[in-house]
Design a protein around this ligand. Structure first.
Ligand code: PLP
Length: 348
């Protein structure tokens, strides 16, 4: 890459093997269901998540949206965490396009809704209430440091859903980070949900794309919804070819990103003026803050990091940051990050 970019794992460039596979990809018209590479990717994604079928989509947001639209409709209610990506960061798509009413619940430090609160929120069959159809969950949980939630939590959610006849959709943008961090197959997590979206374009390094997985009937319905939002992609095998490499070669190595995030967090904890909780860093994200006595603000620091070492890091507030590790961040880049920040703060 042409810069050392810690702002997100979405910035990761495709690997040389991906560019090669993209150049060689067999393609067809995917709207006709004729792209062999897209079909291969969808079959592999379904297998890895333990579902019957899958649908290649342009983005995680599109996967969540068409998944939600396939589960629920106008006047239905979806239970969702107050800081879930599907609620906060997807332009209100479920309401904008689906007329679906979000029922918003608090989440704890790891991104879990209280199970009793979830069950309490399910509306009874009474004309006063929108009818609850869907529970939205997320793993890893982006707004809570990328925390990887265990299968047991989703088993509890499943039990509530089953008692009330609800569907469960998982925003698994970083599903494989959550699985690798817990050293379990992704399907151990997704067995408890009806549908899941995961991104190929984040830590898995593909240039574009996400996959929505679920039952064959659900995916047929989602396919129509993808058409509604203009998401049919024709010779998409060029992109699916990179996604196949993501699933075959880039999943296990996510452990390296997690190790480097841990190394970064432990290093940050040694820098005077930095506040960080390394024990909360379980995947590839490190959130950290400036101590109250640091006299400069986050934007001054991020600017200085760029000037001095071509290191890009995202401020998340006046005195807070997020740094994300990925394929293009090695041990040297972690060391350079720590040395550069230490020097900037020492001079402040
Ligand atoms: C990135 C992300 C998405 C999807 O984002 P796109 O940019 O649309 O691919 C969904 N949920 C979470 C938690 C994410 O981090």
């Amino acid at each position: 890459m042409d810069r050392i970019d810690f702002r997100s794992d979405t910035v990761s460039w495709p690997t040389p093997a991906m560019r090669e596979a993209m150049a060689q990809a067999k393609v067809g018209d995917d709207v006709y269901g004729e792209d062999p590479t897209v079909r291969e990717l969808e079959a592999l994604a379904a297998e890895m998540t333990g579902k019957e079928a899958a649908l290649f989509v342009a983005s995680g947001t599109m996967g969540n949206l068409v998944g939600i639209l396939a589960h629920a409709g106008r006047g239905d209610e979806a239970i969702v965490g107050q800081d879930a990506h599907t609620y906060l960061y997807e332009a209100g798509g479920m309401s904008t396009l689906g007329g679906i009413f979000p029922r918003v619940l608090a989440t704890d430090d790891m991104g879990r809704m209280d199970i009793t609160a979830v069950e309490t929120a399910v509306s009874p069959d009474d004309a006063h209430f929108p009818q609850t159809r869907l529970i939205l969950v997320e793993n890893s949980y982006g707004s809570k440091g990328g925390y990887p939630l265990p299968p047991a939590y989703f088993a509890d959610i499943r039990a509530v859903a089953d008692r009330h006849g609800l569907a469960v959709h998982m925003d698994g943008a970083r599903l494989f980070n959550a699985a690798v961090a817990q050293q379990i197959p992704a399907a151990d997590i997704t067995q408890h949900v009806d549908s899941v979206t995961f991104c190929l374009s984040k830590g898995l390094c593909a240039p574009v794309g996400s996959v929505l997985c679920g039952s064959a009937e659900f995916i047929r319905n989602a396919h129509r919804m993808r058409k509604v939002v203009g998401g049919g992609m024709r010779q998409a095998g060029v992109m699916a070819a990179a996604g196949l490499i993501s699933l075959r070669q880039m999943v296990d190595r996510l452990a390296d990103d997690h190790q480097r995030a841990q190394k970064l967090a432990l290093g940050l904890a040694q820098i005077p003026g930095v506040l960080v909780q390394p024990e909360m860093v379980k995947t590839n994200m490190v959130f950290f803050n400036l101590a109250p006595d640091v006299p400069i603000l986050a934007d001054v620091i991020t600017e200085a990091m760029q000037q001095r070492a071509n290191i890009w890091v995202g401020p998340t507030g006046w005195r807070s940051f997020r740094a994300v590790t990925h394929y293009w961040i090695g041990d040297q880049e972690i060391d350079l990050f720590l040395d550069t920040l230490r020097a900037i703060l020492a001079e402040a």
